[in-house]
Ligand binder design. Sequence first.
Ligand code: GLU
Length: 549
Amino acid sequence: MDYNKLASLLFPHIDKTIEDYERIYPKRELPEGANVTRFAPSPTGFLHIGGLFAALISERMAHQSSGKFILRIEDTDKKREVEGGIDKILEGLLAFGIKIDEGFTDFDTETGNYGPYQQSKRAEIYQTFAKHLVEEGKAYPCFCTEEEISAIREAQEKDKLLPGYYGKFAKCRNLTFEEIEEKVKAGLPYVIRLKSPGQEDKRISFKDGIRGNIEMPENIVDVVILKSDGIPTYHFAHVVDDHLMGTTAVIRGDEWISSAPIHLQMFYMLGLKAPKYAHIAPIMKEDGNGKRKISKRKDPEAAVTYYSEEGYPVDGVIEYLLNLANYTFEDFRRNNPKAHWTEFSLAMNKMSTSGGLFDLAKLNDICKNKIASMTAKEVYDLATAWAKTYDEELYNLLTKDEKYSVAMFNFDRNPDKPRKDIAKFSEVRNAFSFMFDEIAEFNYEYPENVEKADMKAICEEYINIYGEDDEKDVWFDKMKDVAEKCGFCREVKEYKKNPEGFKGHVGDVSSVIRVAVTGRMKSPDLYAILKTLGKDRAMERINKFILSL
Ligand code: GLU
């Protein structure tokens, strides 16, 4: 068969060659060892936490080697696409600080010399590569109808054979030029299939960046490379794009491992060097006694929007994911409490092959530490930014008096042992409601071991001696004076030696004032709260408490 004639019949409109494209997209000039990686989602309008995980790992592997990270949109499957899908993906990645060098780098912005970065705009490129394979006798048109393909599948199922279009099932493999020409001229739809040189008893092996050596049977199926509308399958688009874009490492979900033999075969048939592969295990979730993949349908935390809505600090979520990727991140953080997460060197070979277990408690813990390590002003800025979108009332309260709110976020924020009360900004409302009369709820938790009459006496004494300008030690001495006056012991230690001699100790006295002022038995530093509220409001609250007794 004259394959050139066949290629011209099938692709009359294609006048470029692979070499032309290699000139348009020349080899990149990057330092030795630099990785070019990409995140290549379908624009389904939903960024899964596993997607953010994969993007983060790809971004890290690129940037920690002075390479490039690309965002490419794989929209060859129109059924999966939703309107605004690209923006939703970008929104997610940008919100979590993933730095994209090339491709879709921002809303309505494509950057880089290797584009277009959207597969639906690259049809002619794929067709050029397919034409080349036809010219070499390595691909052919297949006119089988859906019914014929189903019949093949059924026959294979019945005989328990490998499914697919191969061997005696590959009817169109041996059509003559005349037969093909007749069908094309009659306008019959066709796909282009790879003429697989694979043999059933042969195996291929490759080195996976996470799993090490993998050995699998060769691909023997004549897989479709172009669909009947001229749009490529994922397999073919991946090979063409990652070649022309100069991708050095393909980091993707492990659902693609089984397709790796097809991809390696395609690179081989096109005479191209395959990139390195690394297949990431999915994030898992505990379910009953077993575990399962974290699921879009069952788990709200599968969507990255969940973390934004809840107000998790972005760096906390990223650090949690780095932790999930490499358990050594925890040591890095312990040894370098102030370092930015980009200073951590991620290692592919330390990643789990069975899938890290999603652990909300751990995420909360990391985020608590993260918020505790911020300055009060940083917490204020992030909390108000979150509240602006998700809690308007809180936003108005926080911004009404910035100084007041910053002072509030500064409670117990001393550098040695900062208070770790919030993991996410949606917790600000509850944690600090007592600081805002508009939302404070005074359902007093009365201290159990103090009589109501004594509470009243303590409050009355306290009102008499509270001095707004008192330094902390003076303030506490006064608290001891109140204790003494009301029959409580000045010192806890002394009380413990002789509990019978007193009604309680100074700690009980401060509990009464704490409850009177905040409504709660537990709160940040009482002295700071009183100072921030100001004398009038503090005394007003104590009076109100007296009335409740
Ligand atoms: N578009 C593919 C997916 O969403 C990408 C796989 C890859 O990274 O190559 O699963």
